[in-house]
Design a protein around this ligand. Structure first.
Ligand SMILES: Nc1nc2c(ncn2[C@@H]2O[C@H](COP(=O)(O)OP(=O)(O)OP(=O)(O)O)[C@@H](O)[C@H]2O)c(=O)[nH]1
Ligand SMILES: [Mg+2]
Length: 305
């Protein structure tokens, strides 16, 4: 697969900011920004832009998801060429406002119809926000889960907390999201030692149930640290222990031995359902000397609330 077959799409203010920063790490992919707010659409000449509404309408979709959804539907013909030939669409949005909550599921629907696997990574509002935002977000989740292959629910609270710990602005604290998108894109882009491809991804997704993604990186000697790091993902209340399908991709340096790979994947899959279908892939890159990065796609989850 080449980068042109992967689309990183942001919807709404937060989604577009995340997409632009993730795309900087994967510049060969296609970037798409969808919003009613012009500030989100200044993404450089190579990016594709879909504006929810006319330039003359200054009001955007402020907290009106139904309006955003309707406008996204009207953009169908303009979205087609951007989605054409895409194998994977990574869709990013912050739920709780108008644009992201309203347009994300409709964009997912259009992307799947174009033949792409759709992985949505969306944040849920802070717990202390008005119940109104939480209500909007929950409704948007229903639509996304019906239209995307995978919906990864990110807790904005935990993401913001981790950003503060690093001394970053909460909204820009998207490092975890960037790592996730980067890991996913690069595990699919480059030739692997054990070749994983989209067929494997589709096989794991065909398993049914809810699905989520985890990433972890660290020293190849410290399996426990790697697991702790993956488990600290700012996901919103998801129990991964019952997963019945797992796509696990390791990327390590030339020093990573088959035995170490085995130990790492064993440690990650130990907690899964006994009959879980596990697909393992690995890749060696010079830059990863002494380190390893793991990306897991877990499917067949039963409880996601
Ligand atoms: N606390 C806080 N949360 C924010 C802020 N901006 C965004 N968020 C969170 O991110 C979610 C999505 O925000 P945006 O991406 O700006 O919303 P949008 O999709 O552009 O929606 P509209 O602007 O209403 O059309 C919100 O529901 C909040 O949970 C902020 O300034 N403060
Ligand atoms: Mg906005």
């Amino acid at each position: 697969m080449d980068g042109g077959q992967i689309v990183i799409a942001g919807v709404g203010g937060l989604g577009c900011a995340w997409a632009a920063s993730a795309h900087r790490r994967c510049p060969t992919t296609r970037l798409l920004a969808v919003d009613a707010d012009d500030r989100s659409l200044r993404i450089g000449a190579e990016g594709h832009v879909l504006r929810l509404g006319h330039a003359m309408e200054a009001e955007g979709c402020a907290a009106l998801p139904a309006l955003a959804e309707q406008r996204m539907r009207r953009l169908d013909a303009m979205a087609r060429p951007v989605l054409e030939g895409a194998e994977l669409v990574v869709l990013l949005a912050g739920l709780g406002g108008g644009a992201g909550s309203g347009a994300a599921a409709e964009l997912a629907r259009q992307a799947r119809r174009a033949g792409a696997i759709v992985i949505a990574v969306v944040s849920l509002p802070f717990a202390n926000e008005q119940p109104h935002r939480t209500g909007i977000a929950n409704q948007a989740l229903v639509g996304l889960e019906a239209n995307a292959d995978v919906t990864v629910r990110v807790s904005l609270e935990r993401l913001a907390h981790q950003a503060r710990e690093r001394g970053e602005d909460w909204a820009m604290g998207s490092e975890w999201i960037e790592d996730l998108v980067d890991g996913l894109v690069h595990s699919l882009l480059k030739m692997s030692l054990m070749n994983l491809d989209l067929m494997d991804l589709r096989a794991i997704l065909a398993n049914g149930g809810a699905a989520t993604l985890l990433v972890g990186s660290g020293s190849s000697d410290d399996v426990e640290g790697l697991i702790r790091q993956a488990a600290s993902a700012p996901l919103s209340d998801v129990d991964v222990s019952g997963a019945t399908g797992c796509y696990i991709h390791l990327e390590g340096g030339p020093d990573l031995s088959i035995a170490q790979m085995g130990a790492i994947s064993e440690a990650f899959t130990r907690t899964l359902n006994q009959d879980a279908k596990v697909i393992l892939g690995a890749r060696v890159s010079e830059a990863m000397y002494g380190r390893v990065r793991v990306i897991l796609l877990l499917s067949g989850l039963t409880s996601s609330d």
